[in-house]
Design a protein around this ligand. Sequence first.
Ligand SMILES: NC(=O)c1ccc[n+]([C@@H]2O[C@H](COP(=O)([O-])OP(=O)(O)OC[C@H]3O[C@@H](n4cnc5c(N)ncnc54)[C@H](O)[C@@H]3O)[C@@H](O)[C@H]2O)c1
Length: 360
Amino acid sequence: MADQVRVAVIGAGSISEAHLEAYRNNSLADLVAVSDVNGARARAAADKYGAPKSYADYRELLADPDVDAVSICTWNNTHAEIAIAALNAGKHVLVEKPLCLTVEEALAVQQAVRSSGRLLQVGFVRRYDPNAQLLRRFAELGEFGDIYYAKASILRRLGNPGGWFADAKRSGGGPLIDIGVHVIDLCWYLMGKPKVVSVSGNAYRELGNRQNVKGLSFYKAADYDPSLNTVEDLANALIRFENGASLYVDVSFTLHLEKDESSAKLFGTKGGFEVIPELKIITEKHDTILNVTPQVDHAGFDFRAAFQGEIDHFVDCVREGREPISPVEDGVEIMKILCGVYESARLGREIRFDAGEEQA
Ligand SMILES: NC(=O)c1ccc[n+]([C@@H]2O[C@H](COP(=O)([O-])OP(=O)(O)OC[C@H]3O[C@@H](n4cnc5c(N)ncnc54)[C@H](O)[C@@H]3O)[C@@H](O)[C@H]2O)c1
């Protein structure tokens, strides 16, 4: 494809701004349409970012021959349906995390990718942060030896975004599927994507959304509504991999915690590193432990650069017919882990996977 990629964004809520902004900055992308069930919201975003068309019904957008590729930025429960419809309509797809709600849906999306011959990129935006790419390169070059343990947390003391995020029917769950997905995927990617063999998890609903708390602001859904909350406050999980490596993660929307905490640390036989909150490498030389600070513009997560990297990569992959670095297969694996953790928490026991399938 020599010319610009003609793109559209479906879902014009909070995160769509990051997609729209990044498409605007990419000279190889031409934004042609925006869609949202809230037609006025779609029109406002189209006007703001210079898209000539807006649609309230995404199916009309998918029937538009002027659209080559779409970003899906809607509620989680609509991702699979819209992605499959888009692929079958001949569009390339960038779908926000999580890929969908269930493993069955994930496999159906994968099937649609294969039968349509179109590409699908999962919006695992943390992978596209320059520091994640730096560490992945170091890891591939053997800098850390074999990575055998990873530990990640995203603990919010007050941060249930409300609205659809807090409605399990539309979100699929709480902090595990919303923010846990980011760090589970990031660690798994930096570990070299080992095959998962089992998960053991816990999910708690002890505090609710703490809507009574005053004086602190936090990320909210476009249609914020604290009256419904059917998701967990806190989840933790131990994930085991075929190569013997393990990942421990804990995530919360609400917790009696002094302050929010985010971290992702990985440990290998030759060295370790931190990617959250800031880039750091730990190694040993001449019988001495060295804490190394790589010199980069942003030591922490660079939101704008990561979204720009994600969008630029999507546009390049569409133009060049390349497979993205976060393909549908990775979305399927992450759905297996997330759904396995919820299943483990529900049953109160470990869930084992054999040849990629869950054992009853
Ligand atoms: N990558 C990240 O860092 C990140 C951050 C926040 C959200 N997200 C993901 O982005 C997605 C959207 O989250 P958000 O925070 O923007 O939510 P939001 O509630 O602010 O916006 C969602 C929008 O989708 C619209 N919508 C819902 N169903 C639709 C449909 N069938 N057709 C068209 N429009 C529809 C809603 O009207 C709303 O405007 C979610 O999947 C979420 O997990 C990713």
